[in-house]
Ligand binder design. Structure first.
Ligand code: ARG
Length: 263
């Protein structure tokens, strides 16, 4: 990962509830801004180029820059289509940003929903796609065709883990972390059969958005306070950098959700 898109949380708040984490009016906006600025600094320290989009009013979840798109190729993105009307207005803002910055934009057919980096995790030659809450099998099939890659649909079964990046994180080609109860028994089995080093995240740590970490070469940005998973990651030769984005967790999102991948 060399370049990311982050959205300045000018108007971040919880104004509605579309996942069970969300408590209306719970965000300390100043604290959210401080936490977010710190995230920007961390990316810059790691040598990651940061691009910015400004949040506009009445789109509180626009800060979750992972969700609006997927990178299809150099300067080419696939624009998401949100399940809930509350989030649909964000797409237009991101579309404008991408066009203004010289990106080619591909859109989804009208009847398909897909929420970008929140739902998709590339692993080896597969695309892991979380289905059940925000997207479904036909959308996942379409995404597979667009990317020309094999899709493994993972059925999400618990409302708190409505996006794949809330309950699964691929560290590298051998190691994947997951929270088993978030997946149907068949999807748990599929992962167990496929992944050589499949490690479980505890309930306490998955609730702390440990799965929502970001891997940048040999560093992992992680929400502070998940010592077991952090130790496992370090044992595998990575450096864990702890950050606090707890204000954003009040909307059901963490570090990975805040990060749009641009290259
Ligand atoms: N409140 C947002 C929603 O429910 C949070 C999105 C977090 N993004 C993510 N990639 N998990 O849509």
């Amino acid at each position: 990962m060399k370049k990311v898109l982050l959205c300045r949380p000018h108007f971040f708040q919880v104004d509605y509830q579309i996942n069970p984490w969300m408590k209306v009016g719970s965000v300390d906006k100043i604290n959210a801004l401080i936490q977010w600025e710190n995230l920007v600094l961390q990316y810059q320290k790691l040598g990651v180029e940061v691009e910015f989009i400004d949040q506009i009013e009445n789109h509180p979840d626009m800060v979750f820059a992972a969700d609006q798109s997927l990178l299809l190729g150099e300067k080419h993105i696939l624009l998401s289509s949100f399940r809930f009307p509350e989030r649909r207005g964000e797409s237009e803002q991101y579309l404008t940003w991408y066009l203004d910055h010289g990106y080619q934009v591909t859109t989804l057919p009208e009847d398909l929903y897909f929420e970008g980096g929140g739902e998709l995790q590339p692993w080896q030659h597969y695309l892991f796609i979380g289905v059940g809450f925000r997207t479904d099998h036909p959308s996942a099939r379409h995404i597979g065709e667009v990317f020309g890659k094999e899709v493994l649909c993972l059925e999400l079964s618990k409302e708190h883990f409505y996006h794949l990046d809330t309950c699964l994180m691929a560290l590298d080609d051998r190691t994947v972390f997951y929270y088993p109860p978030a997946f149907s028994p068949a999807s748990q089995k599929a992962l167990q059969d496929l992944v050589p080093n499949l490690l479980e995240i505890s309930e306490a740590e998955v609730q702390n958005f440990a799965a929502n970490s970001v891997v940048i070469e040999k560093s992992v940005l992680m929400q502070v306070g998940s010592p077991v998973m952090a130790a496992q990651i370090e044992k595998l030769g990575y450096r864990v950098i702890s950050l606090d984005v707890s204000e954003f967790m009040k909307a059901g999102g963490g570090l990975h959700c805040l990060t749009g991948y641009l290259s």
